[in-house]
Design a protein around this ligand. Structure first.
Ligand code: HDL
Ligand code: ZN
Length: 422
């Protein structure tokens, strides 16, 4: 009876998988990056890395500087404050701290408590165009999906004016206010279509669809997305269910576009932390199950914020082929949970998942987010191949390449292009 495989074969598999995972370009399917045409909206550099909201949350665990005084500081001084507390006075072992150092190391920069001035000097010598190329090459990305909101006064004007797209940055239409802030969002929607009224009648639903149609075309959106609180229920008696059923999901069906549901965020748990102040909660995924059941010809992407919801999400995906699970989102984007969640997903869903997205807000972050995740994805995938070969089944390099390409964006693209489900 075939039992385990030889140490030699195990080592060979590990080397093959490692190399393939690192050499296969990624489609990063959810980020907060912007096409370089948006200029300063595309954040990059050491001061943006250090003032990433993950690190802002962490610095206040040591610093007693009043929140308002911190926010009044110029970005460079905020960065100095974070560097002092999280890197100099304490070892930078958190995932967000380590990430900054992984990125700096990838550029060949010396890292140490006294290196910040020299690091700043190096960044000052980079040009934006060359730096975008450097980050895509170093992180080995082929494309990133942006988070584009028609409700963002900073990005909206350039979309309406039009610009030559950098094909590496694809559009994602973010619609949170339409679903979560009805009817306060109506005046903004009326800028696009004055037939939209607070009353949820057919005229309003048609107006919302025209709004979605306009922005889907402008962005060439690959999917629509919304982040939802742990309390999200479907169906319910409120506006969300009606707007989903009679505007958003018919629009998605008409254009064969997935709706990405990002469930579990509690906004402004500590408002004084601003963007760093959002928290999370365990969600009732009955809502997701009911959505997939009620709309079998819609495609849904889903990532959830609570560790406790991950297993249930995988089981729901086993029941509904129109549901695609993706990413280790936000507070789950740490080695401990990336490992656990990737193993859970491969064991329950095989290769029909997208294990990771970066959620990067600062361009340079894609380097560490993908280096750290690739290491874990490769080690989990190797283990699965070792288990597989223990049955007597062997995997070829071509099959490893096929599987890795699928996990790093290929399966997402196949799912998005699927025009029908069983
Ligand atoms: O809602 C989202 O898309 C989240 O990713 C938030 O933007 C969050 O602030 C974040 O950056 N998480 O990584
Ligand atoms: Zn995000």
């Amino acid at each position: 009876m075939h039992t385990g495989i030889s140490d030699r074969r195990r080592a060979q598999l590990a080397e093959q998988v490692d190399r393939t995972v690192h050499e296969t370009p990624v489609f990063d399917i959810h980020t907060h990056l912007y096409d370089p045409a948006f200029g300063p909206l595309l954040l990059y550099g050491i001061d943006d890395l250090l003032t990433y909201h993950y690190l802002v949350a962490e610095v206040f665990r040591y610093s007693s500087l009043p929140y308002a005084d911190f926010w009044r500081l110029p970005k460079k001084e905020q960065a100095d404050h974070i560097w002092e507390h999280l890197f100099v006075r304490h070892s930078p072992i958190s995932e967000a701290c380590r990430g900054v150092l992984t990125t700096l190391q990838s550029f060949g920069l010396e890292v140490g408590p006294r290196e910040l001035p020299r690091i700043r000097q190096w960044y000052a010598e980079q040009t934006p165009e060359a730096f975008v190329n450097l980050c895509f090459e170093t992180a080995n990305l082929r494309q990133v999906c942006m988070t584009n909101s028609p409700f963002d006064p900073l990005e909206r004007p350039l979309w309406e004016k039009g610009f030559t797209r950098d094909e590496r940055f694809v559009g994602g239409l973010r619609i949170d206010p339409v679903l979560l802030d009805w009817p306060n969002v109506v005046p903004q929607l009326q800028d696009d279509d004055d037939a939209i009224q607070s009353e949820l009648n057919q005229e309003t639903f048609d107006g919302i669809r025209r709004f979605l149609e306009k922005w889907t075309q402008i962005l060439k959106a690959h999917y629509l997305m919304v982040s939802l609180p742990p309390s999200f229920q479907y169906p319910d008696k409120g506006p969300i269910t009606q707007i989903l059923d009679r505007a958003v999901l018919p629009h998605c069906r008409e254009h064969h576009l997935p709706l990405a549901l990002m469930i579990g965020v509690k906004r402004a748990v500590n408002p004084a932390l601003q963007l760093a102040g959002d928290g999370m909660g365990r969600s009732d995924l009955q809502a997701l199950e009911s959505l997939c059941q009620a709309h079998p010809s819609n495609s849904f992407l889903c990532t959830v914020l609570a560790r406790e919801n991950q297993h249930e999400l995988c089981v729901i995906a086993r029941k509904f082929p129109n549901l695609h699970v993706f990413g280790c989102w936000w507070f789950t984007n740490i080695p401990e949970l990336i490992n656990e969640m990737t193993r859970l997903r491969l064991e329950l869903l095989g290769l029909s998942v997208t294990p990771q997205h970066s959620d990067a807000r600062v361009l340079d972050q894609v380097i560490y987010k993908w280096r750290h995740s690739r290491q874990i994805i490769a080690s989990v995938l190797t283990e699965k191949y070792v288990d597989l070969e223990g049955t007597g089944w062997t995997v070829s390099q071509e099959e490893i390449q096929r599987d890795v390409q699928s996990l790093l964006g290929g399966e997402f693209e196949r799912f998005c292009n699927q025009t029908g489900f069983p």
